[in-house]
Design a protein around this ligand. Structure first.
Ligand code: ADP
Length: 611
């Protein structure tokens, strides 16, 4: 196959926090009441967080005044102590209730948002055209982890915002305002320290970003390594390569250990620096307040020293968490980009025409069809074909010749680059895609049994079918008797069936769907001779009176066809009735002769004759 160079299509725009907010908002807004309740609780909680400072301020001043009075009375002191105990304990009880609801509402929001994100992305993915799933970066594992990580990271961002970021910052702003209200100079000192913290955090986050990324890479390498060992255990053991594998894993582990130690070292260093800065802030505030008290500045009492120190600790609390919040946000931005990339991939949505007549005959005409997969592999070159209605057409060719690609195009999974495909005289792109697929049955080599009972699997062909209709379809596909012999009959899990039985379940599903057009893509490959023979009976039954395209390496199935098309490296090289094409010689004769030789037909025939 030829490979064309493709242009890079990966999005270049990087998400910023504003984009993230814009994207996530539609998922949060439906829960207005929850937001309102959480924000109200947050505000009350932030007020509560300042109570200790206020109480301490007043207590110190009151006790100070009391011990300075000449006739000190214990009953007055007891009264003060009882009052502060009631206020502080009452505040704790209230805080406990508020924290509970705040956390519960935040968690509820996370769960609801995560559900909505999942539902939306799955719906979206189901609407995408086939090309999306085969394009680079969307392989099963990668797509799944993009979705999983996206949902996890986005929903926990929502949660973090409501139960951590919002309360911490509201409390910090409130504390700062109280400091300014108590004294402008003290407020200014507190305010000046904030940007220094921000700067240190920024430097820390930047330094540690690379480290975090390489640890992430090593984690992936470790799990990939374990997976490889499990998958290739037979090869490893049969070649006695346990030591090599063990050494390889040890090297990865060692690399990860170094990275982890390095990142921890940096993290502790920066945390130490930040604690030190915080202490400098506290010391500055103590000195300034003490000085103001000493010079008898209006409103400055000894209680204000504690008051300011405690308020300052509320101001610096969120800044202590800033680094973690910054990391979480960074992760969220990375994962959000991948996740919302899926939600916004409008160009991937499968298109559909409007044409849906009463019935379809199945007369396909392909003219000059070229087709290239999104990875740049050109699979078809100027293909001309006429699939006659009510007849059996076989596509023949070596592996990779482009046979399945033809079927993919006829089922509208992909669109040709150039050339036209018409069905009953109407361009395929004008057909209503869903309606068309309702009238086409596709039986593949494997991979079409879902977890669920045999009956459920057959019913997938027509969810409205009755039990009797399902049984009838099973009989037509020659699977009924075998299933009835199982202890649980049609309730048995379909995944327990053998390959040949599963294939007949798929054919029974086709009988139930009853489409006028059927595509069979190597339905008996990977099956043994007995299963192939049993399936041949089911296939012969379903072929009657329909337009059938069959791809097969099985000579028996090819020579039964009315017409064959022989493909070679994406081009049609021969076509016509099987025996006529054989007489022409060429590719078909080569394939057929090789098949006969590989099966040792002459020997088989003589053995059978002798018997
Ligand atoms: P056949 O059915 O004759 O074995 P296919 O139609 O499956 O051949 O494949 C034709 C060519 O297209 C091969 O080179 C194959 O590698 C390539 N191809 C098939 N499917 C895809 C895909 N989803 N993405 C990229 N290339 C593909």
């Amino acid at each position: 196959m030829e490979t064309k160079k493709t242009t890079e299509t990966t999005p270049t725009s990087k998400m910023n926090i504003l984009d993230l907010l814009k994207n996530i908002l539609p998922f949060v807004l439906p829960y207005k009441w929850l937001i309102a309740a959480t924000v109200t609780l947050t505000f009350i909680g932030s007020l509560m967080a300042q109570v200790n400072a206020v109480v301490l301020d007043k207590t110190v001043d009151a006790i100070n005044a009391l011990i300075q009075t000449p006739n000190f009375a214990w009953d007055k002191a007891t009264q003060i102590l009882i009052t502060i105990s009631i206020i502080l304990l009452g505040k704790e009880v209230l805080s406990m209730v508020i924290t509970f609801f705040q956390r519960y509402f935040g968690e509820k929001m996370r769960i609801l948002v995560s559900r909505d994100l999942a539902v939306k992305v799955i719906d979206r993915m189901l609407s995408f055209r086939m090309a999306f799933f085969s394009s680079e970066g969307n392989e099963t594992g990668k797509l799944q982890s993009r979705i999983d990580r996206g949902i996890m990271s986005l929903s926990s961002t929502v949660n973090n915002f409501f139960i951590e970021i919002l309360p911490l910052f509201t409390s910090a702003i409130l504390a700062l305002a109280l400091m300014f209200m108590a004294n402008v100079y003290v407020g200014l000192v507190a305010l000046c320290i904030v940007p220094i913290y921000f700067y240190v955090t920024y430097v820390q986050a930047k330094r540690m970003k690379g480290g975090r990324r390489s640890i992430f890479g090593s984690h992936q390498a470790v799990s990939q390594g374990i997976l490889n060992i499990i998958e290739s255990i037979t090869v490893i053991k049969s070649f006695n390569r346990e030591v090599i594998e063990s050494k390889r894993q040890e090297a990865i582990q060692q690399q990860m250990t170094d990275q982890q130690l390095n990142i921890r070292k940096q993290s502790y260093m920066f945390n130490g620096l930040k604690s030190f800065l915080e202490q400098i802030g506290t010391v500055l505030i103590i000195i300034l307040t003490a000085y103001l008290v000493l010079i008898d500045y209006p409103g400055m009492t000894i209680g204000k020293i504690m008051y300011h120190v405690m308020l300052f600790s509320n101001v610096s609390a969120p800044i202590r968490q800033l680094h973690r919040i910054y990391d979480d946000m960074n992760d969220a931005l990375i994962y959000a980009e991948g996740f919302f990339g899926i939600l916004h991939a409008d160009h991937e949505v499968e298109d559909s025409g409007k044409h849906h007549p009463q019935s379809v005959k199945g007369d396909f005409v392909l003219q000059g069809v070229d087709f290239t997969y999104s990875n740049g592999t050109q699979a078809l070159f100027g293909v001309d074909m006429h699939i006659e209605p009510g007849k059996i057409t076989a596509l023949v060719g070596l592996s990779g010749a482009g046979k399945s690609t033809v079927v993919n195009l006829l089922d509208k999974f992909y669109h040709p680059d150039t050339g036209s495909i018409k069905l009953d005289g109407v361009d395929l792109s004008d057909w209503d895609t869903q309606w068309l697929r309702e009238h086409i049955g596709l039986v593949l080599q494997k991979n079409h049994i879902f977890s669920g009972s045999i009956e459920e699997n057959i019913k997938y062909g027509n969810p409205e079918a009755t039990h009797e209709e399902v049984m009838e379809a099973a009989k037509q596909a020659y699977i009924y008797d075998q299933v009835m012999q199982l202890p649980d009959g049609f309730e048995t899990s379909a995944l327990q069936l053998s390959g040949g039985q599963q294939q007949r379940v798929a054919i029974a599903r086709m009988f139930l769907k009853n489409p006028p057009i059927i595509f069979l893509d190597e339905p008996t490959a990977s099956l043994d001779a007995i299963a192939t023979e049993q399936i041949k009976a089911s296939i012969d039954a379903i072929k009657a009176g329909r337009t059938v395209i069959i791809i097969s390496h099985n000579i028996g199935q090819i020579i039964d066809a009315d017409t064959i098309y022989v493909l070679q490296q994406g081009r049609v090289v021969q076509s016509g009735k099987p025996d006529e094409v054989y007489r022409q010689g060429g590719a078909y004769k080569e394939i057929l002769d090789a098949s006969a030789r590989s099966m040792n037909v002459d020997k088989i025939a003589s053995v059978m004759e002798e018997a």
